[in-house]
Design a protein around this ligand. Structure first.
Ligand code: ZN
Length: 100
């Protein structure tokens, strides 16, 4: 999980969190060999699925529950944090960056 396709460097949780999750990610630099890599297609699919799931929660589930606005905001923020801090670092896979 999260291995560099060039040097086989295994990304640590911290590197994945700071170097991938919390960044706008079009291409990423490997912390060891400095080669450009990008998230694999599967990772991007996971990304969309998770974002859609969070959006569904926010727009469908929360209004149905009739919760206070602050509670909905807290839950949405909580989900986003879980997604960035837990889901992404444990599912990310990298591939070589394709130059167009
Ligand atoms: Zn590398």
């Amino acid at each position: 999980m999260g291995k560099c396709p060039f040097c086989s460097h295994q990304w640590t949780y911290r590197q994945k969190l700071l170097g991938y999750s919390l960044k706008p990610r079009t291409r990423i630099k490997c912390p060891r060999c400095r080669a450009y890599i990008e998230p694999s297609t599967l990772t991007i699919i996971y990304d969309y699925v998770a974002i859609i799931a969070i959006a569904l929660m926010v727009f469908i589930f929360i209004p149905v529950m009739q919760m206070a606005v602050w509670a909905s905001i807290m839950i949405s923020a909580g989900l986003l944090v879980i997604y960035l801090a837990v889901f992404l670092p444990f599912t990310v896979r990298f591939k070589r960056y394709d130059y167009d």
